[in-house]
Ligand binder design. Structure first.
Ligand SMILES: NC(=O)c1ccc[n+]([C@@H]2O[C@H](COP(=O)([O-])OP(=O)(O)OC[C@H]3O[C@@H](n4cnc5c(N)ncnc54)[C@H](OP(=O)(O)O)[C@@H]3O)[C@@H](O)[C@H]2O)c1
Length: 344
């Protein structure tokens, strides 16, 4: 059987470009006993994938030049020689960036299991296959646990969120509001700021490309900051530190700005505030909170149906659009969750 895959043709030095990728045809072997054939329906593009483009990708396996890539996706079982799966089942895996793949049917845990491991997912009653990459996906879960499991979730306290119109950020802002926090958001365009104020219901929001970070934060946080969900940059963290209230916390989901600098972060020059204010500074992988997965899915689903949470999403049509969708994460053109529809 012939399938379509996206391959990497070179490792970029800074921001990725669509022509760093190529679309190729590959052959798929026939199924052996125990195996499952999957047609991918949707795949996710995420900033962390920029690290997989490096020859040394730290905790990730580097993507090969001229071979299959990986990433979160949902698909439909087309054929099964495994008693655990039947034709038509919807499954989540890490075998994205391709139209089809063969799985050995191992149990799926994102990042911790082989790329072709599978989790069966339930759809219907308003839940679509792509929700498992979006509303219930890795980045949304990171925004949820970053607030709910921070130990600093308290009504009336001030939550600051950077890259707030992205997936992690948009969820963190809205979870904060649902839980009664005062939410201050920053993002890189006036359209994103409008969305944060009027749809995500942030109390204050500013465009960090037109307002200096220190000024925007100081003006928006007259009572100081109790909790930060950091997605953007060391510069944003540095601007938050002088405004932190005693025993506040900074939950670092990531620094999207350093993916294009080979992972090197510029120095944070005022760490004395961590000591002086007894702050908690914590980087957290979402995998540490997999025990919250069912609670997270239940809450996100209920909040969406009740109209308490909106989930911004851009769907890019066709596997050939995946490189462009991925590159939009680094140019600021992306908004909310970016998914690629591979098949209907
Ligand atoms: N800890 C975990 O387990 C975990 C899991 C998932 C994601 N993450 C991390 O969480 C962060 C957010 O992830 P996400 O999926 O929601 O991505 P995202 O925020 O949607 O990322 C894309 C956005 O990042 C912003 N951006 C791009 N380059 C930037 C730069 N140089 N400086 C500041 N902002 C920049 C842009 O928005 P603007 O227009 O606002 O600039 C862009 O639209 C990332 O650092 C990601 O690696 C961590």
């Amino acid at each position: 059987m012939k399938i379509t895959q996206i391959h990497l043709v070179r490792r970029p030095a800074a921001s990725p470009r669509p022509d760093d990728f190529d679309i190729v045809t590959a052959a798929l072997p026939s199924l052996r006993p125990g195996q499952v054939l999957i047609e991918n329906l949707y795949m996710s593009v995420d900033p962390y994938m920029r690290r997989s483009m490096e020859a040394e990708a730290k905790d990730l396996e580097p993507w090969p030049i001229g071979g299959a890539l990986n990433g979160p996706c949902v698909g439909r079982v087309l054929d099964s020689r495994n008693p655990g799966f039947k034709e038509g089942d919807i499954v989540e895996s890490m075998s994205g960036w391709q139209s089809h793949f063969v799985s050995d049917g191992d149990a799926f845990l994102p990042y911790l299991t082989p790329d072709n491991a599978l989790a069966r997912r339930t759809v219907g009653s308003g839940i679509e296959p792509q929700d498992y990459l979006g509303l219930f996906g890795i980045a949304a879960m990171t925004g949820y646990v970053g607030v709910v499991r921070s130990g600093k979730l308290e009504p009336g306290k001030t939550l600051v969120v950077s890259s707030a119109a992205g997936t992690v950020g948009s969820v963190a802002c809205q979870v904060g509001k649902i839980k009664g926090m005062r939410v201050v958001a920053s993002a890189g365009s006036d359209d994103k700021i409008n969305w944060l104020l009027h749809s995500a219901r942030a109390d204050r929001a500013f465009n960090y490309k037109t307002v200096p970070l220190a000024d925007g934060l100081k003006e928006a946080c007259p009572h100081g900051i109790d909790l930060v969900l950091e997605n953007a940059s060391p510069e944003h963290l540095e601007a938050c530190l002088p405004l932190m209230n005693e025993r506040g916390a900074i939950m670092i989901a990531g620094f999207v700005s350093i993916y294009t600098t080979g992972g090197r972060a510029s120095p944070v020059r005022n760490l004395e505030y961590v000591l002086d204010k007894y702050l908690t500074l914590k980087a957290f992988p979402f995998m540490d909170y997999l025990d919250s997965y069912e609670e997270f899915v239940g809450n996100m689903s209920a909040w969406r149906s009740e109209g308490k949470l909106v989930f911004p999403q851009i769907i890019h049509d066709g596997l050939d659009q995946a490189p462009r969708a991925f590159c939009s994460l680094f140019s600021g053109d992306s908004f909310g969750k970016n998914l690629v529809r591979i098949a209907i």
